[in-house]
Design a protein around this ligand. Structure first.
Ligand SMILES: [Cu+2]
Length: 69
């Protein structure tokens, strides 16, 4: 399944990498693609992950989750 996380606070390539690493490290995430321009992360999940887990991973990396779809 796919999810899109809308994220505030990413400003550069370093931020992009930090979010990709944080999300990619989660069990169940098979692919992460972060777009700085669109301020979002597109995820491909191989199992259903709770939105709270995704939100927490982004926030621990230092960024704000606006919405998860
Ligand atoms: Cu940055």
């Amino acid at each position: 399944m796919e999810k899109i996380i809308y994220i505030e606070g990413m400003a550069c390539g370093h931020c992009k990498t930090a979010v990709e690493k944080a999300l990619g490290a989660l069990d169940g995430v098979s692919k992460v693609e972060v777009s700085l321009e669109e301020k979002l992360a597109k995820l491909i999940l191989d199992k259903n992950l709770d939105d709270a887990i995704l939100k927490n991973a982004v926030e621990e990396a230092g960024y704000e989750v606006v919405e998860i779809k």
